[in-house]
Design a protein. Structure first.
Ligand code: NAP
Length: 526
């Protein structure tokens, strides 16, 4: 890597999805203008470029899947389709003045901290090397598709695709289609495929808890209502509390096992009643009823999912898959089924070695982040920073996400990053590093809280949840409320970080040069 000691940018943000756009906005609001956002996709929106499968839609209400600083009032539906969410990301890039900060079609392939110069050097897919004083990794936690580990998958000769890499040139109309998986993604794609496939076969390994989806077209009246700020704020508040409760209340209440049990038991009864209203056939209903506690893995919402199984051309198979064959799939009972297309709705590698983030990151002493986490467990102060990796911040880091809409997480961790960078700048420091003690205290506290949740108890034993990673830990979430996540990322003591200035580090910036510690430039936000 190059030897220049003059970073081209004050901050480099990797990822132009909602995480990167939220970070860019937080930086601008902190008066930090010399930054670049890169992304491997050729447009903004991140996950909404990866996930374009039929039926893709946001599964939290649209009014809460938008930033507090740019609330959109014109949604087609209460749960907007993916294309609309991607369009909203474009609107954010425009309105927050981020367009000129983007370099698209340029993914990070390696990041290395230069200890002598206190800067990050990042190699990119287009062969360039970028350098920046600070690095923000905003690549998303659901980034690397996870193919199913099924024998002979390579021998299959039909169309095989993962939902996060949908090939729109392949037609499923009139075809014999299989779907492997019944997670939140499958719930959206299955009803859509069933509309036009000749035959649809779903292979379920673990059933999912499903709630009805309160979805409806917003229409002119709904959009007018969302134009009225108090109404918009009320929808936002109620929506965030409801989604946080649906996805994470049981985890946040881990100190109160009896209350948790009562809450989860009530939720399960309601969802079983919903299933009863959708499916009259007792055998089918039993097959679709989870055998693990509500909340062990992510539940989801759909009005169409259960009913799809009552259609004559749709089959649910619960016999385990034995192997792929060139023509289709053989199950363990010896039955062989032929398919023209197999869709793997098998999710993502979450907090897996080499997947989060999906490029190697070398910190002090050449230590690699994935190796460090593999050896010492996934850990990051507030889900944002790791001691041996100075000047680096994560938007979706370990023990950072209190389940709910992902937008409050992004706003919280982006604010955290901008706050620490802003303080380093104020002090004229070239290095900002989380101190070992607060880091360890946070990790120990979150680890213990997670361990105390029902996730690690008997009721979740057969859930195969991705909330628990390959190490048997639960770093994908923090067992607090979103309000706790919001507060602590904005109010952590600034001296939890150590700020130092290296004599050998150059304090001037190259590129769109601005001295580190320059006075804040006024920003106008439309
Ligand atoms: P997922 O929740 O991890 O589900 C993967 C599914 O594939 C599971 O049913 C799993 O079964 C199955 N599977 C994996 N390997 C298999 C194998 N070898 N054989 C048979 N089945 C196999 O993934 P996802 O549905 O893509 O959802 C991931 C996350 O994306 C969600 O939790 C949510 O956070 C997010 N999401 C968001 C939206 C949105 O609109 N905002 C929409 C969709 C998804 P097991 O359970 O038995 O492992």
């Amino acid at each position: 890597m190059s030897a220049t000691r003059t970073p081209s940018y004050e901050v480099l943000v990797i990822g132009a999805g909602f995480g990167g756009l939220g970070t860019g906005t937080a930086l601008r609001r902190a008066g930090i203008e010399n930054f670049l956002i890169i992304d491997k996709w050729d447009r903004v929106g991140g996950t909404w470029n990866a996930n374009t499968y039929p039926g893709v839609a946001v599964d939290v209400p649209s009014p809460i899947y938008n930033f507090s600083f740019q609330q959109r009032s014109h949604w087609s539906r209460f749960f907007a389709p993916g294309t609309e969410i991607q369009r909203y990301a474009e609107e954010v890039a425009d309105r927050q003045g981020l367009r000129g900060k983007l370099r698209l079609g340029c993914g990070a392939t390696e990041a290395r901290f230069d200890e002598a110069a206190d800067l990050w050097r990042v190699r990119t897919s287009d062969g360039a090397e970028l350098s920046a004083r600070f690095l923000v990794s905003a690549v998303g936690a659901l980034e690397q598709p996870k193919p199913p580990a099924i024998p002979d998958i390579d021998t299959y000769s039909g169309t095989l695709m993962h939902t996060a890499r949908w090939d729109h040139s392949r037609d499923y109309r009139g075809k014999r289609v299989a779907v492997i998986g019944t997670g939140a993604t499958a719930l959206q794609v299955i009803p859509k495929l069933a509309e036009q496939a000749a035959q649809l076969t779903v292979f379920q390994r673990t059933a999912i808890w499903v709630a009805p989806k309160p979805d409806f077209p917003l229409g002119a009246a709904g959009n007018r209502m969302l134009d009225f700020p108090p109404a918009q704020q009320a929808v936002r508040l109620i929506g965030n509390v409801a989604v946080n409760a649906f996805l994470g209340l049981g985890l946040a209440l881990s100190d109160y096992p009896r209350l948790t049990s009562a809450v989860l038991g009530t939720g399960e009864a309601v969802l079983k009643a919903y299933l009863f209203t959708q499916i009259r056939d007792r055998t089918l209903r039993r097959a679709l009823t989870p055998t693990y506690r509500l909340g062990c893995k992510r539940p989801s919402i759909s009005n169409a999912y259960f009913r799809t199984y009552t259609r004559p051309h749709v089959d649910l198979i619960t016999t385990p898959i034995e192997r792929f064959t060139p023509g289709g799939i053989r199950t363990e009972d010896g039955e062989h089924r032929e398919f023209d297309m197999v869709v793997t709705a098998t999710g993502f590698q979450v907090m897996d070695k080499g997947a989060t983030p999906p490029y190697p990151v070398y910190g002090c002493g050449g230590i690699e982040l994935g190796e460090f986490w593999d050896t010492h467990k996934y850990q990051a102060y507030e889900g944002v920073s790791v001691p041996a990796f100075p000047n680096m911040f994560h938007i979706f880091g370990p023990y950072g996400y209190a389940p709910g809409s992902v937008i409050p997480l992004i706003e919280a961790t982006a604010a955290h990053s901008a706050r620490a960078i802003g303080e380093a700048r104020r002090r004229g420091a070239t290095r900002v590093q989380i101190r070992q003690e607060p880091h360890e205290e946070y990790f120990a506290r979150m680890y213990a809280r997670n361990r105390n949740t029902y996730l690690f108890k008997q009721g979740c034993a057969d859930s195969r949840t991705y909330y628990i990673n390959y190490q048997g830990d639960g770093p994908a979430f923090r067992a607090t409320t979103q309000a706790g996540m919001y507060w602590s990322n904005r109010h952590f003591p600034l001296d939890h970080y150590r700020y130092t200035t290296s004599r050998t580090a150059v304090s001037e910036l190259g590129g769109e040069a601005q001295p580190v510690g320059a006075s804040r430039s006024p920003i106008t936000h439309p």
